[in-house]
Design a binder for this molecule. Structure first.
Ligand code: ADP
Length: 483
């Protein structure tokens, strides 16, 4: 099974969020199941070709693409995703990809990803490589199914290809001026009112993907249901209800080579289910890094997040002082984003310097330390397509405290509602009161070390591997191909 996997970010090359983790791990897991996978992504300015051992393709350069009135030329580089045999093809076009960030709000943002999509087809043509599956991710490759059926259908390489669009986050839809349709090469009728790419008067890459893909997946079963509701669908819920027959949810996995307490290359000491007592030493080391005092009696709560309204930290604002004053809890925060949210955590640190520590910014090593060293991990998301951090937490024996939404609902079982199987704490209402009482329950659990250990081990023993997810994708590919 040949799989063309098109993405705008991929670990270890470029990352802003969970999509990069998926792109770095799913293709490898598919390869292990026997698929031949090629990944296509932009060569952003921030990607160091030497550091990643990327190779300039001597036989694939100066390839022309017409994007509206612009005649664009790109080169290609390739690299390997570890020793998995998965080749990553980088589209090298400084005109579009040498910017100060991965995503921009520049006027030609649509052109940047129109290029990525055409380039993937052109590279496959040069290699004479026929994909069984065109696997697209989010709006940045959402037009691929429409392009396959309307622009490249003459080429027998793509005649039998099926397409899958994975929605990692419905909130980002790639909505552009409909006049720009000419840049895509697709017919202008597609953006006429009610047309397959028209949404609220704009040209929507995401809607185009939903309409034209043979299957639409989302990154958790609950999120796949939620996005069909107005509350979560970010305006595309009606379209998703129309196409519900081709929509399924497949939970992401985690890269257990990178995120497991027994193999983690950052933390000290490492630990496993058999040496769980060492987790306390990681906690002590983590607290030292943050300049907080270690005391076995004090529960440590962790947060690692983009600080955006999606993540729900506004719920903490009215209750954090109360919690810090009425308990001996400590809190370490790693995140960046909205200024008001950063300021809130900074203020908490200033007011309670013995209990709260904050690192504003992005720091992968620190993320590993917090996952391993904290006792509890807080994720009160307003919505969460899948979420990785709660799965990392489970793998590290750190009890997640989550709101019941999206992938959080599919991975964390509330220990009070289900004492036999519970692996964390879950609340339902998006209110500060619900979060407060849940954190208070966590404080109770912390005082019962036997119960705490039992719950920790449940999480650590669960299987969140990519193999399990990849098997579901392969089953879907097979259904589409041979049904
Ligand atoms: P999202 O993709 O919505 O940001 P996920 O939980 O799916 O949320 O994935 C977030 C990923 O980004 C995780 O791997 C997490 O560890 C990482 N991350 C988020 N913020 C930071 C940060 N400030 N420093 C380091 N890693 C971060």
């Amino acid at each position: 099974m040949n799989v063309c996997f098109i993405t705008s970010e991929c670990v270890p090359y470029a990352k802003t969020g969970g999509l990069a983790d998926v792109s770095g791990a799913l293709p490898k897991a598919l390869a292990e199941l026997g698929c031949a996978v090629k990944v296509f992504m932009p060569l952003y300015d921030s990607i160091d070709t030497r550091l990643h051992n990327l190779v300039f393709s001597e036989d694939l350069y100066e390839i022309p693409v017409q994007i509206g009135n612009r005649s664009v030329v790109f080169n290609t580089w390739f690299g390997n995703l570890g020793d998995s045999g998965v080749k990553v093809h980088f589209i090298d076009c400084p005109l579009y990809y040498h910017r100060s960030s991965i995503y921009t709000s520049d006027g030609d943002e649509n052109e940047r990803y129109i290029l990525l999509q055409h380039a993937a087809f052109k590279i496959m043509q040069r290699y004479n490589w026929s994909p069984d599956v065109l696997h697209c991710n989010d709006w940045q490759s959402g037009l691929v199914p429409a392009m396959a059926k309307n622009i490249y259908h003459w080429d027998e390489l793509f005649r039998e290809s099926v397409s899958v669009l994975t929605v990692h986050n419905i909130a980002y839809q790639g909505a552009f001026d409909p006049q720009d349709i000419y840049k895509t090469g697709l017919p202008s009728s597609m953006v006429a009112k009610g047309g397959p790419l028209e949404h609220n008067g704009a040209m929507s890459f995401m809607k185009g993907g939903i309409v034209y893909a043979d299957a639409v997946t989302s990154v958790s079963p609950t999120y796949a249901k939620e996005i069909q509701q107005p509350q979560y669908g970010a305006g595309l819920d009606a379209i998703l209800r129309t196409y519900h027959h081709k929509l399924t949810g497949i939970l992401n996995g985690i890269d257990t080579d990178v995120w497991s307490p027994g193999q983690d290359t950052y933390i000290k000491p490492r630990y496993t289910v058999k040496t769980l007592n060492k987790k306390q030493r990681v906690k002590a080391n983590l607290l030292k890094k943050f300049g907080l005092e270690y005391d076995e009696e004090r529960p440590l709560f962790g947060i690692i997040s983009r600080l955006t309204p999606q993540k729900g930290f506004e719920l903490l604002q009215p209750i954090l002082s109360h919690l810090l004053q009425t308990s001996n809890m400590q809190l370490v925060v790693l995140g960046s984003g909205e200024e008001s949210s950063e300021q809130f955590f900074q203020l908490a640190k200033d007011l309670y310097p013995e209990q709260v520590a904050v690192f504003v910014g992005y720091n992968n090593e620190l993320a590993h330390w917090i996952e391993a060293g904290a006792d509890f991990f807080i994720m009160p998301s307003r919505f969460e397509p899948c979420g990785l951090n709660q799965m990392y937490s489970l793998a590290y024996g750190t009890l997640p405290i989550v709101r019941k939404t999206g992938g959080l609902a599919d991975t964390v079982i509330d220990v009070y509602s289900d004492p036999e199987n519970g692996n964390g704490l879950v609340f339902e209402d998006f209110t500060s009161y619900a979060l407060l009482t849940t954190i208070q329950r966590a404080l109770e659990i912390y005082s019962d070390s036997d119960a705490l250990e039992t719950i920790r081990l449940r999480g650590m023993n669960a299987d969140f591997s990519w193999t399990r997810s990849a098997e579901k994708y392969v089953a879907l590919y097979n259904r589409l191909k041979y049904a």
